[in-house]
Design a protein around this ligand. Structure first.
Ligand SMILES: Nc1ncnc2c1ncn2[C@@H]1O[C@H](COP(=O)(O)OS(=O)(=O)O)[C@@H](OP(=O)(O)O)[C@H]1O
Ligand SMILES: Nc1ncnc2c1ncn2[C@@H]1O[C@H](COP(=O)(O)OP(=O)(O)O)[C@@H](O)[C@H]1O
Length: 207
């Protein structure tokens, strides 16, 4: 991530009401839950299920989904490595703002490159970046293929598709790993439950 800025003569503006005040109001702690994994691994499913579970518990969250962001904020970006890097950087910055607002921000993007995810982690105080790895086999994701993209990638109609002809670098230091047990994928509710338990144990669900 570049730390170079093109602006000069800029100053940080402090306000009287800060993150601790907002957290107190919301009775929770702002953080980023960053879900990474292959296309079709269940990132959006987990993000939605988690959002629903937190809402039920009276906790304010917001989902930043890669696909959705590419309809607006990131619509100028493609899938070249430098575009993916910029996609992740922008999303990291937005997620950081949501966390500062006191929300539990759930970012759900393939984010295939370790360096880009680590750069987002570095934007936040360490414990406030919770990396969730959807550790699902490529064969399962490809068998699901809900958008038919793997089929297009295998036939060469999409170039640079993650897992096929573009790399996915699994996390080395994630906080949560979601994986199959005895060849069975946990249900969406169980996946969300795993994340909620983590948030609860680490004190994010109280101020
Ligand atoms: N070349 C290539 N590689 C990977 N994915 C592709 C590609 N082209 C289009 N798509 C679709 O874009 C969705 C991924 O967007 P992301 O912003 O999460 O990608 S990234 O983090 O910048 O790698 C991804 O959504 P999910 O399937 O939900 O992961 C795909 O539907
Ligand atoms: N835990 C799960 N159990 C069964 N099917 C799932 C599960 N998670 C996701 N799926 C299914 O797999 C497909 C891909 O899930 P999705 O959340 O869109 O993945 P991603 O966002 O990583 O591309 C969808 O059809 C979804 O219904």
């Amino acid at each position: 991530m570049s730390t170079i800025t093109n602006s000069t003569n800029i100053f940080w503006q402090e306000c009287q009401i800060g993150k601790p005040d907002r957290q107190k109001l919301l009775n929770q702690k702002g953080c980023v839950v960053w879900i990474t994994g292959l296309s079709g691994s269940g990132k959006s499913t987990l993000a939605c299920s988690l959002g629903r579970e937190l809402h039920t518990r009276g906790k304010l969250s917001y989902v930043l989904d890669g696909d959705n962001l590419r309809h607006g904020l990131n619509k100028d970006l493609g899938f070249k490595p430098e575009d993916r890097t910029e996609n992740i950087r922008r999303t990291g910055e937005v997620a950081k703002l949501f966390a500062d607002a006191g929300l539990i921000c759930v970012a759900s993007l393939i984010s295939p490159y370790r360096r880009d995810r680590d750069a987002c982690r570095a934007m936040l105080p360490d414990a406030n970046f919770i990396e969730v790895f959807m550790n699902m086999p490529l064969q399962l994701c490809e068998a699901r293929d809900p958008k038919g993209l793997y089929k297009l990638a295998r036939s060469g109609k999409i170039k640079g598709f993650t897992g096929i002809d573009d790399p996915y670098e699994p996390p080395l230091n994630c906080e949560i790993e979601i994986k199959q047990e005895n060849g069975v994928c946990p249900t969406p509710t169980a996946m969300a439950g795993q994340v909620v338990s983590y948030l609860e144990n680490k004190g994010f669900l109280r101020s």
